[in-house]
Design a binder for this molecule. Sequence first.
Ligand SMILES: Cc1ncc(COP(=O)(O)O)c(C=O)c1O
Length: 356
Amino acid sequence: MTSIWYEHARDRTWTSTPPSADALHFHQNLAGYSPTSLVDLPELADELGVGRVVAKDESSRFGLPAFKSLGASWAVRRLLRERADDRPVTVVTATDGNHGRAIAHWARVFGHHARVVVPSGVHPHAIQAIRDEGAQVMTIDGSYDDAVDTAMAVAAGPDLVLVQDTAWDGYERIPGWIVDGYSTLFAEMDEQLELAGAGTVDLVVVPVGVGSLLQAAITHYRRHAGGPAIMAVESDAAAFVAPSLAAGEPVTVATGATIMAGLNCGTPSSLAWPMMVRGLDAAVTVDDDIVVAAVRDLAALGVAAGPCGAAGLAALRIALGENTVHRRRHLGLNSDSLVVLIVTEGAEANPSPGTH
Ligand SMILES: Cc1ncc(COP(=O)(O)O)c(C=O)c1O
């Protein structure tokens, strides 16, 4: 088992510039919108010695089994809004599963086409689900970063547009829209917690692939001074957060095989990186075995999480299981604290852990 806890001193003087509410209003008016559920998990609060643990359950978001629809729908809509004519476009993207499925879905719903590049190690069911949305799928023998390079090359041509959920120098506008789309998840959750009279959040645990969802979390919670601790969770097969923070610059790591397909990315998004430096409190890596146990335990509590979705529980067990007084102090936790797990995918997104 290889798990790493890495603690980071965030800049407590920094506040973020949050996005406008446009994406939230767009989602709220989109057919099929309803807030995803927030599930109380008192058994886990007891186990972990905190006041309350809740899971934001993204297993059904606009009928798809991951949060990714929030970014894909908003970015595709923004893109189409800017085009001068109504000719169909082909949206091109690379994916480790969920983003490509969401892009294929929203391109189809808005009357356009999609071409999706898939790296090695993505479950055949996930690939079939992208095809079932009507997209052309291209599988390559390579990593997620290789698939992004391929998608970039494929997208060079008229009526082809790359809609990637990671940014790099010179390609930041569209991934920025995707992150704005993800912000709906956090705005929605604020309202749900307020309605539930839950009080303030003390810790948010966010799974990290390239860091775009983490960017949305940091942007949301750091818009005022204070705010909860934010902890990143990565697969030990693709963990760049701690090495990057330690180096003081974004580091690309070699990726391996993992059941957490959505987290199997070796390069931080250029937009996410400066947010991590300023706003993140800790990063934990988890391996497949501890995540399989977390999938099983969440299922027993009524949350049907896929591996990326369960990674947060695995990370919390690592973070609070050892050297616990020091780590709890670093995260600002006590026995009354409210902890939020972002369960980013349902079991259906990645149905058979261990079969890659
Ligand atoms: C289910 C799931 N969780 C988490 C992530 C990580 O998101 P990001 O790549 O924005 O860090 C992904 C990305 O594909 C995902 O599919």
